[in-house]
Design a protein around this ligand. Sequence first.
Ligand code: F6R
Length: 616
Amino acid sequence: MCGIVGYVGQQQALEIVVAGLRRLEYRGYDSAGVAVISDGELSVRKKAGKLANLETLLGSDPMPQSTTGIGHTRWATHGGPTDSNAHPHVSEDSTVAVIHNGIIENFAELRSELAAAGVHLASETDTEVVAHLLAHELPNADDDLPEAMRRVCRRLEGAFTLVAIDRSQPDVVVGARRNSPLVVGVGDGENFLASDVAAFVAHTKQALELGQDQVVVLTADSVTVTDFAGEPVEAKPYLVDWDASAAEKGGYDLFMLKEIAEQPRAVADSLRGRITKDGRIQLDETNLEEATLRSINKVVVIACGTAAHAGMVAKYAIEHWTRLPVEVELASEFRYRDPIVGPDSLVIAISQSGETMDTLMALRYAKTQGARTLAICNTVGSTIPRESDAVLYTYAGPEIAVASTKAFLTQIIAAYLVGMYLAQVRGTMFEDEIRRVLLQLEDMPSKVDLVLDTTEGVRELARDLANSTSVLFLGRHVGYPVALEGALKLKELAYMHAEGFPAGELKHGPIALIEDGVPVIVVVPSATGRADLHDKVISNIQEVRARGARVIAIAEEGDEGITPFADHVIRIPVVPTLMQPLVATVPLQVFACELATAKGHDVDQPRNLAKSVTVE
Ligand code: F6R
């Protein structure tokens, strides 16, 4: 949510900042803006809409050359997506420019205070107050921007990443962070600040994690970190382990298409090194103590959106393998209902970005209750893994398309590994059973590859259904979260009514939605693995067909029993029931992507959304 870039060094700041914003645009694309300092003056350009609009403006109204600059791409919270609400915001005396990610919760009080002092506020944003407060604090801070920033931060409530420059300190960029993400890129004679390493990985792979309530001061040759009180603190260095090319389209028209295609590799990478030659799981990297795993009496998964669907899939597997109850909680609801969680609970926070504010807040709540916490995360060094007791990284690689695809599959893999590990440690599965499941997991990259080889039928169908007004998705058992995920992908990309239901629940109400020609996509359980569920789903299909639905079945190869009951059958490879989500989800991703493309939508950056949701 909102992309932030700051640069100070020897190169032209504007080029570096705009290139960084391009890599961060997935975080928000309601408006974009930049500021540089040249000849003791601030220069600002900003424009509503996508980054391309700002680039057009920069073409017609060029900025002066400068080696210090900041830039922002916005996902609107306070104030609509207009030119005047775009960041950077500048103090009345044009001394300070500031960009911000997050929400300043006491902004109304601060706005009134500024208005009473005669300050004219030019935007509807919460951010603008910071620019004015910084300008007011500078004289009290001996005109030192870092000290002014610390003073202002002590007054702010809420979540924020702030980056500011001051025209009288042209070689300095100052950042501050509470709850929202901010990382430092350490270069040679140049330094970077960004919400995500993607913004600077083309220049340096040396990064520093900033902690809570810290202020960082960059010059071309130094990086200094303090807390909000001004006490020096040490930032943790780490090396970014992927190349800039991983965050590029690599010949695909869309990031989403590339990321769908990367799934076999992502699944294989997420398994690598975690299964021993003799068929056991080893998760030493997580520092999960076996004694703790033996002592817990339940597992609670906290996550949002697609990550929550991965948790729902994992519930079926973990309960089956460990006989521990698994609760899957939407993180945004968790801490508001006095949940039963404590020292006997293992709380698993699943998050691609590691920055989702709802999940972070739920995690913090679980920690206050004494729970043992484990993050399943894709973004190394992000806040959720940093604040968890243990972490299991997924190795999906950077996910840039706003709609999550490869993260989902790898989250399931990681959660399954945790489930198997629990079973191994707690002795709830025999060794040969564990070996068998691990072999099934190791077989999944090639099975996902098979699905990807046969997507033409799905794409044709998607184009055919592009004018539908509503699509329903049905599933049973692990097919139910897959149905939810299929519906979510369609909603977010195609902007059409789509809902996922447990197939057996339809008759309790939602069946009233069925009318002539409504497409109903059904994830059909394995005919061989779960004949009981398969037959029940066939009955559910008949119920909707009798009411005019057009049925599209996602069914395994060789399941001829389904053929008479479906208008179309999309085939997936035969895999054990608990593995089916890993293959059945892929056609649904392709379906949503193709249908949204047919409707002319921007698939990688769907309207109203942003990739990393860092506000509650
Ligand atoms: C859907 C999607 C979102 C995210 C959700 C959680 O395609 O991307 O629903 O899954 O916002 O994000 P993370 O996993 O970053 O916590």
